[in-house]
Ligand binder design. Structure first.
Ligand code: GLA
Length: 733
């Protein structure tokens, strides 16, 4: 890993064993993109790939008629000077001009990486893990200094990027767009993969061809959203799970975002991603600086599994910060689907007690423990215990749960308020609401104005009071509606364009304070299920509730899709009751568990209500998960067969030393009288013999070349069992 500087040509070649990323000065002094792809020799100086001769209707920006920005690949392009694509940033200057032109000024290289103030970002554990290049560019007329940050990582095929924009003039300017990255690529022979959905069906992969014109996804909901995830893959047309070139771009941000691919009629592809410029306007006073969120750009020549494994490793090692980093996650039992808000202490303790008997490690009390929270019309904002339900308070309940041998966890939804709450009655101006307009409700609640520090402070003190007085090991932080009427009351008009971003700053700051105060607590983020499952959140909460849809069949698709951009250790997955609350579908307890194992694992039901036989299954599942959870959560994941393409889906995890692997196969529908189904495995040691489920002994190469079939004398399960069934295969070397 390193950065080779060609001083005379002002070219910078960032490289590690897998990738090269080369940028350099263009003819007019702006920074250009020269190469991004497989590692090439860093001594190569790149000439002649940038300066295409001027054409009719292209504009020369210097006296050099042959140089036009329209044809050049640029690093952080501006508006208004001959590059007619969407710019990476836009600044309105005091005279109203938006024209800017950034010229290369200087660079700095250092070992390690600096944090981004107030924002989540990847970090180094030791400086030798990464090298950072800062390129300073200046617009002398607009009096703007932009620093482009690039970090190249030693152990991952990854580059991280962000930009900071500083006003070096005397007068205030206004930033109306500030993307985190721009990738100008010389051809557009790529497919675009987005991860889309809605509540209950989050992050389904969807692939479309990149073509001339623009394709784009975004969120304007105030959170990253279940609708489009802030993660994009651009892959070559022939790339599949096992081979081919692809790049993944994760935005480390939880608010409004945009990702966009623009292809011009010369075939140049511009990819930009960052904070959504819609309704964004950030005043920058003299000497003030704005930092964009970071993007994680991963690269592979070896298919989508390799791309995902690279992202998983990087997130586990260099993004997640909790003491639970790389630690097996506790097996929890959550009462939400069992009781919703109708509970008292006795009912809760009964559920917890049965969980303890089954071997669960952590009991989580979900929504309904505070204020006048008997239904979702009241209580949010009032973070003091409802003693009608819980006479011993959270402190007393936590103690009783601890006495059962379980850790205790608690649900909160800090960003929200119900109109029927003491907080709202006292501070109606603390919600986001436009003057003289209807205050739109979502789930009967409004969004607190987290752009205001005093609002965040109030919630912090209320929560601190509860958390500090009880033995709490885990917090589930929920967020159950999108932002409407995004207007901060009683502040200057100029402030309004900052609100969405400041809101997310408020969320991050509250997380940070609670993490600093209670460093041992495990946080799980949640937003009506998976409505804010993004790399920004993972910096604070190492796991995220993946979806409110706990139906095993639906979970196969949701978790499969999520795994493209996020590690298994981050995927909150629970076994819930059958028939399922969301879909009414029935599945055997072991089939439900086989899917939840590929996640943080837990239960979301009242175990007192399951049959004795099912309770025995649960006990065995917990023993099994305790034995193998490290492998599930931190092993190398291979997606083998997609549930979006076939009736049988399959994926597997392999231990680092390749001595253990677990494969799951899942069938949607039983099809009678079909041929042999085998699944070719991945990642095994070729000449090692693996025992499959303690019986058959098969060489790794055979399992990878011919595949895993129906073992031994078993009747083929995909013909004998019913619909929505699965099989788990444990392979031991
Ligand atoms: C959201 C969450 C659920 C549960 C409820 C409580 O929907 O996703 O898991 O916590 O809120 O109101």
């Amino acid at each position: 890993m390193g950065i080779k500087v060609h001083e005379t040509e002002k070219q910078f070649h960032l490289y590690n064993s897998k990738l090269s990323y080369v940028i350099g000065e263009c003819r007019d002094g702006e920074m250009g993109q020269l190469y991004f792809g497989r590692r090439i020799n860093e001594n190569q100086i790149i000439y002649g790939y940038q300066t295409l001769a001027g054409r009719p209707l292209c504009c020369a920006v210097t006296d050099d008629e042959n140089y036009t920005k329209e044809l050049a690949c640029l690093e952080y392009p501006a508006f208004g000077n001959g590059d007619f694509h969407g710019p990476a940033y836009e600044i309105i200057q005091p005279n109203g001009s938006r024209v800017t032109n950034l010229m290369y000024d200087s660079y700095r290289i250092y070992e390690g990486k600096k944090p981004i103030p107030g924002l989540p970002a990847s970090y180094v554990n030791t400086d030798s893990e990464a090298t950072t290049l800062e390129i300073v560019c200046i617009d002398d007329v607009a009096k703007i200094e932009v620093t482009l940050y690039y970090t190249i990582w030693e152990n991952y095929s990854i580059i991280t990027r962000h930009a900071s924009i500083k006003n070096i003039g005397q007068e205030e300017v206004k930033l109306t767009k500030a993307f985190s990255c721009c990738l100008d690529l010389p051809d557009y022979d790529y497919d675009w993969m987005q991860f889309e959905g809605a509540w209950g069906r989050e992050r389904y992969p969807h692939t479309r061809s990149i073509e001339k014109g623009i394709i784009s996804i975004e969120s304007m909901r105030g959170h990253s959203s279940a609708n489009f995830n802030p993660f994009i893959i651009m892959k070559r047309k022939n790339t599949d799970e096992f081979q081919g070139e692809a790049m993944g771009i994760n935005l480390v941000y939880s608010g409004n975002f945009m990702a966009k691919a623009e292809v011009d009629n010369y075939g140049k592809l511009r990819f930009t991603m960052g904070i959504n410029p819609n309704w964004f306007a950030w005043p920058l006073a003299s000497a003030e600086e704005f930092n964009t969120p970071e993007v994680i750009i991963s690269y592979t020549k070896n298919g989508l599994n390799d791309l995902s494994q690279n992202i998983h490793g990087f997130m586990n090692n260099n993004l997640v910060r909790s003491p639970y980093k790389k630690r097996p996650r506790p097996i929890l039992l959550n009462n939400w689907e069992a009781t919703e808000m109708e509970f008292d202490e006795e009912k809760i303790l009964n559920i917890a007690k049965k969980g303890a008997e089954a071997g669960v490690e952590l009991f989580v009390l979900d929504d309904g423990w505070f204020g006048k929270r008997d239904d979702d019309y009241a209580g949010l904002g009032d973070w003091y215990v409802n003693t009608n339900k819980l006479p011993a308070g959270i402190t007393g309940l936590a103690k009783k749960v601890n006495d059962l041998g379980l850790d205790f966890g608690l649900w909160i939804e800090p960003e929200m308020v119900n109109p029927d709450s003491d907080l709202y009655r006292a501070h109606p101006d603390w919600v986001l609401a436009a003057p003289d307009r209807r205050r739109t409700l979502g789930r009967h609640q409004m969004v607190l104005d987290f752009s205001k520090p005093e609002v965040v402070d109030n919630i912090y003190h209320q929560l601190y009071d509860v958390i500090s007085k009880a033995n709490i090991s885990y917090i589930k932080w929920d967020m159950n509606r999108s932002i409407t009427e995004c207007f901060s009351q009683n502040v200057a008009p100029e402030y309004q364009g900052m609100v969405y971003h400041k809101y997310i700053f408020g969320v991050y700051s509250l997380y940070e304070r609670l993490i600093q105060d209670f460093p041992d607590i495990l946080f799980e983020s949640c937003a009506s299920g998976g409505g804010r499952f993004d790399a920004g959140m993972l910096y604070y909460a190492p796991q995220a509730w993946c979806s409110d849809d706990t139906d095993g069949h639906e979970r196969v698709k949701i978790q499969y899709g999520t795994s493209y951009g996020y590690p298994i250790s981050s995927i909150g997955a629970h076994v819930s009751k059958s028939p399922n609350n969301q879909t009414g579908r029935s599945m055997d307890a072991d089939d439900r568990a086989n899917i939840a194992c590929f996640g943080t694992f837990g239960y979301e039901l009242d175990l007192n209500e399951v049959s004795e036989a099912e309770f025995e299954q649960v006990k065995k599942q917990i023993v099994f998960m305790k034995k193998y959870r490290e492998l599930f959560q931190y092993g190398t994941l291979y997606r083998l067969q997609s549930p979006f393409e076939k009736n049988i889906a399959s994926w597997m995890v392999v231990s680092e030393d390749k001595k253990q692997a677990i494969v799951v196969m899942y069938k949607t529908h039983k099809t009678p009288n079909i041929g042999m189904e085998t699944i070719k495995l991945q990642g095994l040691e070729e000449n090692t013999i693996y025992t499959v489920n303690g019986k058959e002994k098969i060489y790794g190469d055979f399992l990878m070349e011919r595949g895993l079939g129906t073992m031994g004398s078993d009747e083929p399960w995909y013909m004998s069992d019913g619909d929505f069934t699965s099989r788990m295969f444990i392979l031991e070397a």
